[in-house]
Each structure stands twice: as structure tokens, then as C-alpha cells.
Design a protein around this ligand. Structure first.
Ligand code: COA
Length: 176
């Protein structure tokens, strides 16, 4: 399994994964495309040796005079049959390296308050809860903002990454 930058030809499959995992809450094709075109350098897919796209991550990068360089995870998903094999972790680790390479100081993301699998993954990689986002995903569908520092002092995150690498889950070559 490899993680590589997305190509135009991957878009159809990525949208298929997006719809299959997020259902009614998935981005429309137009919205997804707008995000992807804006941040194509941060658009990565996981691909099996047979050439099947099994997951993707879309990473944003912004620069503010007061906030500095900030990264964000716009969307991440792994196709259901391939979940829980370490692909999401690999995609996130790749995203963190990409953002470090672009000298981002911090990364943030929004996640559904009830989405425990995703929150557990983020926590294992050093993200911490920042604040609740009431009704972020619609009426009574609250979200949580999570953040993680990317500098050399982000020790707890590095620890999570080490754990990920050593656990075997971060080496999906064993699975795919
Ligand atoms: C969240 C998601 C991307 C994780 O991808 P994945 O490839 O299945 O995750 P991994 O196999 O890398 O799992 C890494 C860790 O995440 C957590 N995790 C993942 N799936 C979990 C589940 N179903 N229940 C509990 N914890 C889970 C665990 O901590 C796991 O580590 P472990 O296997 O050592 O216990 C995937 O479940 C998904 O696509 N979900 C639907 C879309 C979504 O919710 N995206 C995030 C929106 S913010």
C-alpha cells in the first residue's frame, strides 16, 4: 500500500468513497472539487499494489499574519471494507509530514462529537480537543475542534506516531 498525491483520474473513486462513508453528510461533488482544486498539493490517496484506491485525505494550508502557517484536515475517509487496517493512520501521518514540510506550526480539524473512531485516531496522533462546535453539522449535530502542534515540542504527538509505526497498523503493506 502506498500513499501518493491524488491524480485527476482518482477523483471519481474518491468521490465514491466519500459518498459511501459519509452518506447524506458527504460533500456535493462541486464542493469537494472546489476544496480539492484549492488544495491539490495536500490531496493524497492510499492505493493498494493492485491499483485500488482505498482512502484519501484532503489537507489545507493557510497563512495568516496573526496565526502564522496553519494546516487543517478538510476530509479523510477510508472505504468501509478497508477500515481498521491502519490506512487512516498512514494517511494522517503523511498529512502531518506534508504540513511540517510546508512549515505549518499547527494543524486543526473538525469532527462529529459522536464520531468516536475518528476522535480516537486523532487522539492517538496527538490531537487534543480544543472546543465544542454547537450545531456544526446541522441541528443538534455538534462538532468538536481538535488541534495539534507540529513543532519540535509536539512530544505527545510524536509519541503517538511512534506507537502507530510500531503497532503494525501503520504498515498496511502487511494487510494489502
Ligand atoms: C476515521 C477513519 C478515517 C479511520 O480510518 P481507518 O483506516 O479505519 O483507521 P485505522 O485502521 O488507521 O485506525 C487507527 C485508530 O483509529 C481508531 N479507530 C479506527 N476505527 C475505529 C473504530 N471503528 N472504533 C474505535 N476506534 C477506531 C483506533 O484508535 C485505531 O487504532 P487501533 O486499530 O490500533 O485500535 C475511518 O474509520 C473512516 O473513513 N470513517 C468514516 C469517515 C470519517 O468519519 N472520517 C473522519 C471525519 S472527521
Amino acid at each position: 500500500m502506498t500513499i501518493r498525491r491524488a491524480k485527476w483520474a482518482d477523483l471519481h473513486r474518491v468521490l465514491e468513497i466519500e459518498r459511501s462513508v459519509f452518506g447524506r453528510e458527504s460533500y456535493s461533488s462541486a464542493t469537494f472539487l472546489a476544496h480539492a482544486l484549492r488544495d491539490w498539493k495536500g490531496f493524497f490517496v492510499a492505493e493498494t499494489e493492485e491499483g485500488e484506491i482505498t482512502g484519501y485525505v484532503l489537507v489545507r494550508l493557510a497563512f495568516g499574519l496573526l496565526t502564522g502557517r496553519r494546516g487543517g484536515i478538510t476530509s479523510i475517509a477510508v472505504a468501509a471494507p478497508h477500515q481498521r487496517r491502519g490506512i487512516g493512520r498512514r494517511l494522517l501521518l503523511h498529512s502531518l509530514e506534508y504540513l511540517r514540510g510546508r512549515r505549518a506550526e499547527e494543524v486543526d480539524l473538525e469532527v462529529g462529537i459522536a464520531n468516536e473512531p475518528a476522535q480516537s485516531l486523532y487522539q492517538s496522533l496527538g490531537f487534543v480537543r480544543d472546543r465544542t462546535l454547537p450545531h456544526y453539522y446541522g441541528q443538534d449535530k455538534h462538532g468538536v475542534r481538535m488541534v495539534r502542534a507540529l513543532g519540535e515540542t509536539a512530544a505527545e504527538g510524536r509519541e503517538g506516531e511512534r506507537k502507530g509505526r510500531l503497532s503494525g497498523r501503520a504498515d498496511p503493506a502487511r494487510h494489502d
